[in-house]
Structure formats: structure tokens, C-alpha cells
Design a protein around this ligand. Structure first.
Ligand code: PDD
Length: 307
């Protein structure tokens, strides 16, 4: 069996002696890989099974045969996490865990017959960088990119592939362009001018108490946080609509927020240099952020007691 490599800390503390990844790996050659990012809370991965489900779904969407079983992925993630936590001062640290699977290593060329190994599997674990209380309050400053989201008939955004060049370019072209006010990240529209999602997060807006977000059919990632936030909002009797909308809707909204496993529920307070109505985290965003945190706490407690 192929042993996964574990890089415990991106700042140089590589615990695996030889991390050698072949230059003939399809991930390196063609971006022919998948990935997931899952985070831990107080020693527990709360959404690990959902991320493994999505990894399997992504593999189906790109006809990739996963070389290891789900049980092996789960076991290796937990084993590596345990080793990570044994490092000095890391026992209670919340981690960012990236699971990368590539189609394998072989000869140059696209055919499956060129591949000489099962899919390859790497884990990167590092401490989560939490936003400061001020950053939570201030929220994100986004820019709507000129670059379009990939069409689902091209590189389907529903598949969490390792080929993030679409997001990388949107980010570089917005965040790294000289502007009078700094920008944190980019949002992408599709060719019809509808808002889709951010580079690594889903997006929502609130107008007159109604929570709106683009539907999955538009060509976005089925975010695990998005799914949970929609459910939590509906449980609280909030109206949630999954609808297509143009970029103007974000600028006119009462509140805008984003969701991801890393950002959780985070307010957006400025878009394209324009201050939104709520210049700080708004009441609906705050309510959903706290509900999400509560739900995470409940899951942690459940997993800790093994119930
Ligand atoms: N990004 N949309 C895109 C394009 C994403 O890459 C992600 C996740 C999400 C949110 O999905 P989830 O709620 O399941 O994390 C939406 C991760 C965090 C990343 O690539 O780092």
C-alpha cells in the first residue's frame, strides 16, 4: 500500500523524511488531482465524513479511480492528526487539514493506460490561522472579478479538483491589482452575469430578512458549510432562497456573507470599493455565525462522547 506523506507544518517542519513527489505525477503534469480541506475543533474533525463523501463524488465526476478505500483515508487522516497533536504545544491547536489525491504517476499522455500507480495521496496539516476579533467584526472586502467562473460543461466547479487556476487568476487579477483600498478576495460571475461563488467560498446576501444564495445548478461547489447554514437558517424559520442573481444584488443588499470550512460564516462589508449598507457584521450574519458555531460545538460534544 502507498503510504501517505504528512507535512505537519508548512513552515519547514516536514516530518516525512522523503516527501518526494514524482514530476510524472498527473497532479503535477496536468492538475489532474482532487482535494478537500477539513478543519478540526478542539481535537475533532466535525465534518470529516461529509468531506470524504465529496471527495468520492469529485472522483466520480472526473472518472478517477480512488486507489485507497474511504476507511484508509479516514484512518490515515486520524493517525496523522494524532502525530501532529503530539508535537510540542500542538495538542489543543485547531488544524487545517488538506487531503490531496492525484490520479497517479506514469508516462506522459492522457490515457489511463499511461498511469503506472494507484492514485497518490498526500496530507498537509498545519495550525489554523484564526481571524482576529477585529477581522471578524470588520468583515471581508471583496472584488467581483472580470474573469468568469468555469462553465459546468468545462471544468465543473462541483468537482473539487486540484486545478484551481480559475480561482488563482481571479484572485491575482483582483487582489494584486493596485487599488486605493485593499481587497481580500474575489467573487466570480458566470457568462450570463450571474454571481456564482468566491475563489474558495460560497456567497450569500440578505435583503429584507430573506437569505439568498446561488443554486448548485449554476455551477458552484456544494459547500458543506453552505449546506449547514441553509439548514440552520430554515430551522430558525428564516426564508432561504437559492436563486440566480446579478452582481448589483450584492451591492444593494442589507448584508452579504461568505461560507467555507475555514472562514465559517464571515461578513462582507465592502465590494468593488463600495461600502455595503452594513459596514460591520449585520444581525442575520451574526445570528448565522453563532448558530453555526453552536452546531459545531454540539457535533464536537457528540463525537467526544462517541454518541
Ligand atoms: N474551499 N467554493 C469553493 C470554490 C471552495 O473552494 C470552497 C472550499 C467552498 C466552500 O466549501 P466548504 O464549505 O465545504 O469548505 C466553496 C476550501 C476551504 C479551500 O479550497 O481552501
Amino acid at each position: 500500500m502507498i503510504q501517505p506523506h504528512a507535512i505537519f507544518n508548512i513552515n519547514g517542519m516536514i516530518t516525512s523524511e522523503d516527501i518526494g513527489i514524482s514530476v510524472l505525477d498527473r497532479g503535477y503534469l496536468y492538475g489532474d488531482s482532487l482535494y478537500e480541506v477539513v478543519r478540526s475543533y478542539r481535537g475533532v474533525f466535525v465534518h470529516l465524513e461529509e468531506h470524504l463523501d465529496r471527495l468520492e463524488n469529485s472522483a466520480r465526476l472526473c472518472s478517477m479511480k480512488l486507489g485507497q478505500s474511504r476507511a484508509v483515508y479516514r484512518e490515515q487522516i486520524l493517525r496523522t492528526f494524532e502525530a501532529f497533536q503530539k508535537q510540542p504545544d500542538m495538542s489543543r491547536t485547531d488544524v487545517y487539514c488538506r487531503i490531496i489525491v492525484t490520479r497517479g504517476v506514469g508516462r506522459i499522455g492522457f490515457a489511463h493506460s499511461k498511469i503506472q500507480t494507484p492514485s497518490q495521496f498526500t496530507l498537509i496539516l498545519m495550525p489554523i490561522e484564526e481571524p482576529s476579533p477585529d477581522q471578524w467584526k470588520q468583515g471581508l472586502h471583496l472584488w467581483i472579478a472580470d474573469r468568469l467562473r468555469n462553465d459546468s460543461r468545462a471544468l465543473d466547479p462541483a468537482m473539487k479538483s486540484g486545478n484551481y487556476l480559475n480561482s488563482v487568476l481571479a484572485y491575482l487579477e483582483t487582489v494584486e491589482t493596485q487599488r486605493s483600498l485593499p481587497v481580500d478576495d474575489a467573487v466570480l460571475c458566470n457568462s450570463e452575469g450571474h454571481v456564482t461563488e468566491g475563489t474558495t467560498f460560497n456567497i450569500f446576501y440578505v435583503r429584507r430578512g430573506i437569505v439568498c444564495t446561488p443554486p448548485l445548478e449554476i455551477g458552484i461547489l456544494d459547500g458543506i458549510t453552505r449546506r449547514e447554514v441553509i439548514e440552520l437558517a430554515r430551522n430558525e424559520k428564516m426564508e432561504v432562497r437559492e436563486v440566480r442573481f446579478p452582481r448589483e444584488r450584492l451591492l444593494e443588499a442589507d448584508e452579504v456573507f461568505v461560507t467555507s470550512s475555514i472562514k465559517e460564516v464571515m461578513a462582507v462589508t465592502r465590494i468593488n470599493g463600495i461600502d455595503l449598507k452594513s459596514r460591520q457584521e449585520g444581525p442575520v450574519t451574526r445570528a448565522l455565525r453563532l448558530l453555526y458555531r453552536d452546531s459545531v460545538d454540539q457535533r464536537v460534544a457528540k463525537l467526544e462522547t462517541g454518541l
